[in-house]
Design a binder for this molecule. Structure first.
Ligand SMILES: [Zn+2]
Length: 168
């Protein structure tokens, strides 16, 4: 999975960790941040944070918000030519949206397995969602996993025992 990771990916992820970490000093601390970057130029188009609590909206994940902002700002449904960076592996909702938006690549930091120690998760890997779609999108990660996982180190995101539902 590491083969497609570049030095630029590490730098974009580092910048995103710094951006996300800033939320820890606000009323709404979150470990989840996302950025949209032009794939060729490496130029950052925009960044967004998870706003589920702030907006009382279960769909306000960082990736969904970043994609919505980007398509609206560009007045274009397609984000072909862009890469999504996210501090945590996208959930099936966010990965689906990345596919619908036609993003070139999705680069993630911490994994769903990391996040489940703090928040309930849906256990379907982003690569699995991508594999089952007709759209093409490279999924790369984990990148800077430890740095991204350190974003969960906040009293509001207490560790919880990992409980997995028995699969029938
Ligand atoms: Zn999500």
């Amino acid at each position: 999975m590491f083969q497609c990771m570049s030095k630029a990916d590490v730098e974009h992820m580092q910048a995103l960790v710094t951006f996300t970490k800033r939320s820890h000093r606000t009323r709404y601390p979150v470990p989840f941040g996302a950025s949209i970057v032009e794939t060729k130029s490496g130029e950052t188009f925009l960044r967004a944070l998870n706003a589920v609590a702030r907006e009382h909206d279960p769909s306000s994940h960082a990736e969904v918000r970043a994609i919505r902002l980007a398509t609206k700002r560009r007045k274009n449904l397609s984000l072909a030519g862009y890469t999504l960076y996210t501090t945590c592996e996208p959930c099936p909702m966010c990965m689906s949206m990345a596919l619908w938006a036609g993003l070139d690549r999705v680069v993630y930091g911490a994994t769903i397995e990391d996040a489940t120690r703090h928040f309930d998760q849906i256990h379907i890997a982003a690569t699995e969602v991508a594999k089952r779609s007709d759209m093409r999108c490279k999924v790369v990660g984990p990148v800077l996993r430890d740095e991204c996982y350190s974003l969960f180190n906040h009293p509001d995101f207490r560790k919880r025992p990992v409980r997995r539902k028995a699969r029938s």
